[in-house]
Design a protein around this ligand. Structure first.
Ligand code: FAD
Length: 301
C-alpha cells in the first residue's frame, strides 16, 4: 500500500493534520512560503516537500503539480483541511486521479486493514458518524488551533513546479465584517426560507443597531451571506452583549461561536430546539410573525 500524505497550504493546517495521524510517518506537501514549510516539519512527518509559489501566482495554480507528485507514490491516505483553496483543489484532483473516496468534516481515521474507518460530522453536523470505506482516502479534516512544535531534524525539500500561466492581476482587501466588536448581533439560520427574506431580519438588526450574522449553512451552502458572517467553531467567535438567534437550531458547533455573549435570545418555531437550552430568553413561534412584530415594536420606541 502507498504513502500517507498531509497537504498544507494554511498555517492552521498542521495541528489538525498531524493530530489525525499521530503514529504514522507521513509525507507533507506544502504549497506556500518557507515559514509554512518549516512549520510543517513536525514530529511524525518524515519529509516535507515544498512548492514555493512564484511572485503573483496564487497557490491553487500549483494544485496540479502537487497532486501529480503525490499520485506518483500511489497514496493510501491524503489529508488536508478545507481552509485554503489550494488544499481543496489538490484533494479534488487526487480523488479524481486515483479514484479515492473524498470525505469532508473528518475528525479521525482508523486503519481497519483493507478498509479505513472514518469518523466525522454527518447530517449537517448534528450526528457524528463512522464510515468504513476502501483505501485510498482523501480526507478534508476539521481545522484546529493546535500548533505543534517544529522538529528541525525533519528534511524540508523544495520541489520544482513548472511555470503557471495564472497571474494575480488585482487585489482588493475585503472590509472587516464588524462582528468582532459589535455589542449586538442578530444571527439567522436555515429557518429563513429565501435569500430575499434576509431583508426582514436585516430590518430588525438595523432597528437594534446590531450586526447581521448567520449559521454556517447560510454562508457555506447557500451563499446568502459572506463567509466572514458565519459564527461558530469553524467561523467567527464573538462576545456581544446581546445575541439574537433567529430560525437557528443552536447546533453545538454554532454555539461555540457565541459562548461569550452576555445575553442570548432564541426565536424558533420548535419548542424543543437546542437554541432554547443555550438561551437566556426564548420566543417560540414563527419568525415570519415575530421578527416583523419586534421590528415594529422597536420602531414605535
Ligand atoms: C465539523 C463541523 C463544523 C461545523 N461548524 C459550524 C459552525 O462553525 N457554525 C455553524 O453555524 N454551523 C457549523 N456546523 C453545522 C452545524 O452542525 C449545523 O448543521 C448548523 O449550525 C445548522 O444551521 P441552522 O441552525 O441554520 O439550520 P438548522 O439546523 O436546519 O435549523 C433551522 C432551525 O430553524 C427553525 N425554523 C424553521 N422554520 C422556522 C420559522 N418559520 N420560524 C422560526 N424558526 C424556524 C427550525 O425549527 C430549526 O431549529 C458544523 C458542522 C460540522 C460537521
Amino acid at each position: 500500500m502507498g504513502e500517507d500524505w498531509l497537504v498544507v497550504t494554511d498555517s492552521q493546517d498542521v495541528g489538525a493534520l498531524s493530530r489525525l495521524l499521530p503514529d504514522a510517518p507521513v509525507t507533507a506537501m506544502v504549497i506556500g512560503d518557507r515559514a509554512l514549510a518549516e512549520s510543517a516539519a513536525v514530529a511524525g512527518v518524515a519529509v516535507v516537500h515544498w512548492i514555493e509559489p512564484d511572485e503573483g501566482v496564487p497557490a491553487e495554480a500549483y494544485a496540479g503539480a502537487a497532486a501529480a507528485s503525490i499520485l506518483a507514490s500511489s497514496p493510501r491516505l491524503v489529508a488536508a483541511t478545507a481552509l485554503g483553496p489550494a488544499s481543496r483543489a489538490v484533494l479534488g484532483a487526487l480523488a479524481a486521479g486515483c479514484g479515492a473516496t473524498l470525505l469532508s468534516g473528518v475528525t479521525a481515521v482508523r486503519d481497519a486493514g483493507d478498509r479505513v474507518e472514518v469518523t466525522g460530522g454527518a447530517a449537517g453536523g448534528d450526528v457524528v458518524a463512522t464510515y468504513a470505506v476502501p483505501w485510498p482516502l482523501c480526507a478534508l479534516v476539521v481545522p484546529s488551533d493546535d500548533v505543534p512544535a517544529p522538529d528541525p531534524s525533519v528534511l524540508v525539500a523544495p520541489l520544482a513546479a513548472t511555470d503557471s500561466p495564472v497571474r494575480v492581476t488585482a487585489r482588493r482587501v475585503s472590509q472587516p465584517s464588524g462582528l468582532a466588536d459589535a455589542a449586538r448581533v442578530v444571527g439567522v439560520g436555515r429557518g429563513l426560507r429565501s435569500k430575499a427574506d434576509l431583508d426582514l431580519v436585516r430590518g430588525l438588526a438595523d432597528r437594534l443597531g446590531a450586526e447581521l450574522a448567520c449559521s454556517m449553512p447560510l454562508a457555506d451552502d447557500l451563499g446568502w451571506l459572506p463567509r466572514d458572517r458565519f459564527l461558530g467553531r469553524s467561523g467567527q467567535q464573538i462576545s456581544p452583549r446581546l445575541y439574537l438567534a433567529v430560525g437557528l437550531s443552536g447546533a453545538p458547533q454554532h454555539l461555540q461561536g457565541v459562548r461569550g455573549a452576555k445575553v442570548i435570545v432564541g426565536i424558533n418555531s420548535d419548542p424543543g430546539a437546542g437554541i432554547f437550552r443555550a438561551s437566556d430568553y426564548g420566543i417560540v413561534g414563527d419568525l415570519y410573525e415575530i421578527v416583523p412584530a419586534l421590528t415594529e415594536a422597536l420602531a414605535r420606541g
